[in-house]
Design a protein around this ligand. Structure first.
Ligand code: GAP
Length: 442
């Protein structure tokens, strides 16, 4: 049965509260009352986020031979943002209430006549540029203006020639980058869905003009494959073809990959055919030739671009939403995260059955060290009852717990417990590493 609005809000509140309680994500600058549109990732959040980024980097850079990794500077020469069209046009329509002074995205309001908060009269909509402006160096003048980048993409376009000159790749090839982006959103909201500081994972894939369609289709499949990789519920993902009149200024075709978040179906990722817009624009302003010479066909042209763009924070939100589950186990209610072992911040947790038995503690710590060197993120916990320890690991999505008991000392077996089913299995100590490696898919 479909969830009511109230139940959906409750799911979101539960996820936000779990994220804070268990050290995934905290409100930015919390002790000062926060800063709207910013969130801080704690130890488990950064581990989850790094796992997401590593999976992306592996699929799109390491496992391919046509992709060049980049890490460009966040601050760029202001002319880059003039050329890209961001200075003139990277804006959202803003509308302000004349009474309470609250600001809204005009395109998010059905009724422009009265304020949704206080009923006051709304002013005229105006365009608001979303780039954060700053000054580089000691003098604040028009010449020293720069911006915190609103997308990582431009850092790749301005390095296109560097890649041609240093690696001499043949078309088609791509550039890939993961990094921070900043947008002064009018109305940041929905936890980490719309924020002012976020991370993107982007690819600019350069092709001959006639080859754009097949490359676009290739990346539609790759986006879905990545969605499956990170453990986002594929049933909640749909494609939304952007109507020609709504396309961004650089795009001839865009598909938004949307996800059913608890607060509604909204954009997760974008895939755009950017044509030769960016290379031509940068070439025009910088006066540097950004064309490509096809040795085989003896032809010079400006490559066209297919751009799959992934938000890291929206990925984390979709992963958490897909994984969040409540059930009853052993007659008790529990909350758990059904995270894929590939992204789970902790892969395995190790417990001695009793913390006041030195022989169990010593053995558990010995096994913990072995598993840690094998699987990296392995936790040790001896506090509280075994049941409580299981619940704590369930809540952070740890796929397997290993308990060391008297059978470990006497018979050389440990108990491995599966997070999703709660089923427990006795495993020979000698087989433990290979058993877990197989289960974790590592
Ligand atoms: N280079 C193309 C580009 O930036 P976009 O659709 O504006 O396209 C790409 O952004 C992705 O970045 C989005 O699909 C989303 O995942 C993420 N994103 C954009 N704005 C965001 C925000 N304010 N907060 C969190 N993620 C955001």
């Amino acid at each position: 049965m479909a969830k009511t609005k109230k139940e959906e809000n409750q799911v979101m509140e539960n996820i936000i509260s779990l994220a804070k309680r268990r050290g995934f994500i905290f409100q930015g600058s919390e002790i000062y009352g926060g800063l709207a549109g910013t969130w801080d990732y704690g130890p488990l959040g950064v581990a989850l986020k790094n796992n997401v980024k590593n999976l992306w980097w592996k699929r799109f850079v390491l496992d391919r031979d046509d992709m060049y990794g980049m890490d460009a500077a966040i601050l760029m020469n202001q002319n880059a943002w003039k050329a890209s069209g961001h200075v003139a046009g990277f804006s959202d329509p803003l509308i302000e209430c004349t009474k309470c002074k609250k600001r809204f995205r005009a395109d998010h309001l059905d009724d422009h006549s009265k304020c949704p908060e206080c009923g006051g009269k709304l002013g005229e909509p105006r365009q608001f540029n979303m780039m954060f402006k700053t000054y580089v160096g000691a003098i604040e003048s028009d010449d020293s203006i720069s911006y915190l980048r609103p997308e990582t993409a431009q850092g790749m376009f301005v390095n296109f020639k560097n890649i041609l000159d240093t690696f001499h790749p043949k078309l088609p090839f791509g550039m890939a980058q993961i990094g921070k982006a900043f947008r002064n959103e009018i109305a940041p909201r929905d936890f980490i869905f719309r924020v002012r500081e976020f991370e993107q994972m982007e690819i600019e894939y350069f092709v001959a003009p006639h080859a754009w369609k097949e490359t676009f289709e290739h990346f539609v499949k790759e986006v879905h494959a990545f969605i499956a990789d990170v453990g986002i519920d594929a049933k909640k993902v749909s494609e939304h073809e952007i109507a020609p009149g709504d396309l961004a200024h650089y795009s001839k075709r865009t598909i938004d990959f949307e996800f059913e978040y608890p607060f509604g179906t909204k954009e997760l990722y974008g895939l755009a055919y950017r044509t030769d817009f960016d290379l031509k624009a940068h070439s025009g302003v910088s006066k540097v030739d950004l064309s490509y010479y096809d040795e085989d066909k003896k032809e010079r042209f400006v490559p066209h671009v297919i751009e799959p763009s992934f938000g890291v924070d929206r990925t984390v939100l979709a992963v958490l939403t897909s994984a969040y589950a409540e059930d009853e186990l052993g007659g008790e209610k529990r909350v758990y995260l059904r995270l894929s072992p590939k992204v789970a911040p902790v892969k395995v947790s190790v417990f001695p059955l009793l913390k006041n038995k030195p022989e169990l503690v010593a053995k558990a710590q010995e096994i913990w060290k072995v598993l840690k060197s094998e699987f990296g993120s392995v936790m040790y916990d001896e506090a509280g009852s075994i049941g409580k320890r299981y619940r704590r690991q369930d809540e952070i999505g740890t796929p397997y717990c290993v308990t060391i008991d008297f059978d470990t000392i006497e018979k050389g077996t440990v108990t491995v417990r599966d997070r999703d089913t709660g089923a427990q299995e006795a495993i020979k100590l000698d087989d433990l590493v290979s058993y877990l490696a197989q289960k974790l898919g590592s």
